[in-house]
Design a binder for this molecule. Structure first.
Ligand code: ADP
Ligand code: ZN
Length: 435
């Protein structure tokens, strides 16, 4: 069984990888300068020309691109190829505002699907596998990306898209799917439904899951692994950099290897823009060095994580990024304290709750309020009011310790919090509605 999809790249020496990146970066900067007036103007404003960029060491000289630039330049302003050379458009999910669109040449599609193939092989996928893709198909990149990767690997591909969960399970059983690709919140929902339909993990053949597109905690990983009887692998990407497959997890499950032959990663201080040394936590910035139609130089992802080059037991030499446990703009500032939804998820799962919760933030009499609605299991639901109140208090205490502020916790009846078939909506920030 092949361990790697592209061993010569995935296990390349650092020195050779740097050389490859240097060459590709120089060519890419020239391509952008020649074809994207929007970015050229940014470079001119900073007093940088392509001649200033001789290697990755010069990367920091280039101006950043942000989501605001993408919205500003919408739809064609960052296009680097004639539309007649483009074959596909995809769009972001619009999780944090107006959607942006990305363009692909056939070559871009090939490279993107190749990145997804690496992820599938790293999760143990071969042409013997049946790969059920339940990410949304359409403008969202999840379905098309993993679908293409699955074809490349030669898996028998089930292009299910998301939704109709009982049918997902019926096909999973009848067609003996071995790999599941979807968001982690949908994987949790599929697991829940499987058991509700009276099946167990003995009824399915799944061995691995490739889950991404939204933040998820280690606790959630263990829950899903148990409920579906699989090993769950993380995958990361964003529409702006093609889609899923920018990075992927290997069997070590300690972070995601970045496909550095296509993307150069930097970590910056989100406030000052300063590049931080390896091992620092900060905002992830990507420079795509092979994309033709929609090449982004120093694109600020707003995802917060850490990069590491520690040796990985899988043999890959590609740099690893830690799980981004939320974007800089996912972070809630509540009474002056920074709170990530993932911290709340950790507490809930550690206390035996399923990952069905919603966080409500509001401002009452000039004070921020934090309410966490958590679904009880059927067993907990039959408890006395006193027991339920005590459980709520336990969660309040645990969250207070974790977050440093006092939340209100409400245990609600089973099945009252909407399940997610794509990216879960965990936070309702009513403060924004008042502005
Ligand atoms: P949108 O930004 O509208 O959600 P995308 O569908 O392109 O658009 O989503 C990309 C974003 O999804 C990333 O910037 C990141 O915040 C999040 N994301 C993707 N994969 C992961 C992952 N494995 N873990 C955490 N967050 C992820
Ligand atoms: Zn590895």
């Amino acid at each position: 069984m092949a361990k790697y999809w592209n061993e010569s790249i995935e296990c390349m020496s650092r020195e050779d990888m740097k050389k490859l990146q240097d060459e590709r970066l120089v060519a890419q900067v020239k391509h952008v300068w020649d074809n994207v007036p929007y970015y050229r103007k940014k470079m001119e404003e900073k007093g940088v020309t392509p001649e200033d960029i001789k290697s990755t060491a010069d990367l920091h000289k280039l101006p950043f691109l942000t989501k605001a630039d993408l919205r500003d330049a919408y739809p064609y302003g960052l296009l680097a190829k004639p539309l007649s050379d483009c074959v596909r458009i995809q769009s972001t999910s619009g999780t944090t505002g107006k959607r942006v669109v990305a363009f692909y040449t056939q070559h871009d599609i090939d490279l993107w699907e190749d990145c997804c193939a690496r992820a599938i092989v790293a999760a143990g996928g071969t042409n013997e596998d049946v790969c059920q893709v339940c990410y949304g198909y359409g403008l969202f990149t999840g379905g098309p990306g993993l679908n293409g990767g699955s074809h490349k690997v030669g898996c028998l591909t089930l292009p299910m898209s998301s939704g109709n969960t009982e049918r997902q399970i019926q096909f999973m059983i009848d067609l003996q799917s071995t790999i599941l690709c979807c968001t982690p919140s949908y994987a949790a929902y599929i697991g829940e439904t499987l058991h509700e339909m009276g099946y167990t993990t003995d009824d399915i053949k799944l061995k691995a899951g490739i889950f991404g597109a939204e933040p998820w905690t280690e606790e959630m990983r263990r829950e899903i692994e148990k409920s579906l009887g699989i090993k769950a692998y993380d995958i990361y990407g964003l529409t702006e950099t093609s889609g899923p497959g920018v990075s992927f997890e290997c069997s070590e499950q300690t972070g995601m290897h970045i496909n550095e032959d296509h993307f150069i990663a930097e970590i910056i201080d989100p406030d000052t823009g300063e590049v931080l040394p390896e091992g620092s936590k900060g905002e992830l910035v990507f420079t795509s060095i092979t994309k033709e139609a929609f090449p982004l130089l120093r694109y600020r992802t707003r995802d917060i994580c850490v990069l590491t080059r520690e040796k990985c037991s899988c043999g890959r030499t590609l740099v690893k990024m830690s799980k981004p446990l939320g974007r800089s703009d996912d972070m809630l500032i509540i009474r002056g304290v920074n709170v990530f939804p993932s911290q709340i998820e950790t507490v809930l799962i550690e206390h035996g709750y399923a990952p069905n919760y919603q966080i409500e933030v509001d401002r009452v009499n000039n004070t921020d309020t934090l309410d966490v609605n958590v679904e009880m299991t059927e067993a907990q639901f039959s408890d006395t009011i006193k027991d339920i109140q005590q459980k709520e208090q336990e969660l309040v205490e645990a969250m207070k310790t974790m977050l440093g502020i006092n939340p209100k916790v409400h245990l609600v009846s089973p099945k009252t919090i909407a399940r997610s078939e794509g990216k879960a909506v965990r936070v309702i920030d009513k403060r924004k509605l008042h502005d």
